[in-house]
Design a binder for this molecule. Structure first.
Ligand code: FAQ
Length: 329
């Protein structure tokens, strides 16, 4: 599972001399900060990189619903349940905007979902970890949505118009998600001793997987150089990871919780936190399909897709009937 169906370039960035005249004109538009729109000419590698990244992003949104859905029926109060339900529903909406953006590149949503269900396309590694306690829902909002926002804010300036516009709306909603997570963590961290322990345990388990969300280190990132030259990505994986640590460390301190990293410390001269890298072997194992919940997540997706086929068929039959009626009028 988890082979990469949608291959993008993976090659070194072409020099100007090696570009065709069309590629050069395209690069000039990118360099001038112009947005690329669906009907514009684009290199095949640009198109494939976008399909890969937007597709993976869309899949992450919908698979990302699953760990949280686990707690909808067990939320501690009706208010928390209503909030979580709305958040999980938002994630479906984010998936929808992103599948629509991917469709403008000439790939269908059904095709992307097929690749996901066959394990031929990735989704974010973070969603292959279990949600064991209610505090995990707090940690997901605080850390996972926090990392997602850190990554997505620069993507609002991505060179591909439909992707950057989808990001603007998604970022607005994600910031509510991050706050609801932090609010759960505040409640737990300031609650009973058992609640505080639960909050600390959630932070212990979600810290390094959250750092992995930004992808491999820059020296091992296959796509960053080309994606940044095309302004599909605006910041590198390590730049964003550093920003995330700088933002999150004081938040943990405010909660009275300890980030599980003995090397974490503020470097007064740089103004940045020094921190330990995640275990990259674990990251690659999760990408290979051997994370704690890979089988469960994909199994749930495929089962639900098959069980709900009748809903899609009913909607299609209804749409066909309406179209026939309209044509007959
Ligand atoms: N998980 O060369 P790079 C969310 C793969 S949204 C899995 O550095 P790139 C909302 C990568 O695909 C979270 N695979 O790749 C939410 C590539 O594989 P390939 C998702 C990963 O693309 C919150 C290979 O490793 N966000 O959470 C991961 O330049 C709460 C080499 O890596 C996005 O998708 C990973 N963590 O940079 C929902 C944002 N990292 O194709 C519910 C958009 C790397 O060669 C609840 N995406 N890989 O086989 C991006 O910004 C980029 O695609 C990166 C990776 C930064 C993820």
């Amino acid at each position: 599972m988890y082979a990469q169906m949608v291959k993008s370039t993976g090659n070194a960035v072409k020099s100007r001399e090696d570009m065709t005249p069309e590629e050069r004109r395209f690069q000039d538009r990118i360099d001038a900060g112009e947005k690329i729109e669906p009907r514009d000419w684009m290199p095949d590698g640009y198109r494939q990189t976008l399909i890969r990244q937007i597709g993976q992003h869309a899949h992450s949104e919908i698979v990302g619903q699953l760990p949280e859905a686990n707690w909808i029926t067990r939320a501690p109060t009706l208010e928390r349940k209503a909030i979580l339900l709305a958040k999980v529903q938002d994630e479906a909406g984010h998936g929808l905007y992103l599948y629509c953006a991917a469709e403008t590149l000439g790939v269908s949503r059904d095709q992307l979902l097929d690749w996901l269900h066959q394990g031929r396309m990735k989704y974010s590694s973070i969603f292959n970890y279990p949600t064991l306690t209610w505090a995990d829902i707090g940690a997901i909002g605080w850390l996972v949505d926090g990392a997602a926002i850190m990554n997505q804010v620069p993507l609002q300036r991505s060179s591909y118009g439909p992707y950057s516009r989808a990001m603007i709306r998604i970022c607005k909603e994600e910031s509510f998600h991050q706050r609801q997570g932090y609010s759960i963590m505040m409640k737990m961290a300031n609650g009973s001793e058992a609640q505080r322990r639960m909050a600390q345990d959630a932070l212990n388990r979600f810290w390094y997987p959250s750092l992995m969300m930004f992808g491999p280190s820059d020296r091992n990132s296959v796509h960053s150089a080309q994606s940044m030259a095309w302004k599909i990505k605006i910041s590198s994986n390590d730049e964003l990871r550093q920003k995330f640590v700088d933002q999150t460390a004081p938040q943990a301190e405010f909660l009275g919780l300890r980030i599980p990293d003995d090397a974490l410390r503020l470097n007064e001269s740089t103004g940045h936190y020094e921190f330990s890298e995640p275990d990259w072997n674990e990251f690659h194992e999760v990408l290979r399909g051997n994370g704690p919940c890979n089988h469960e997540r994909l199994g749930t997706r495929v089962r639900d897709w098959e069980d709900n086929a009748w809903v899609r068929e009913g909607l299609m039959a209804n749409a066909a009937k309406r179209a026939m009626r309209t044509a007959a009028e």
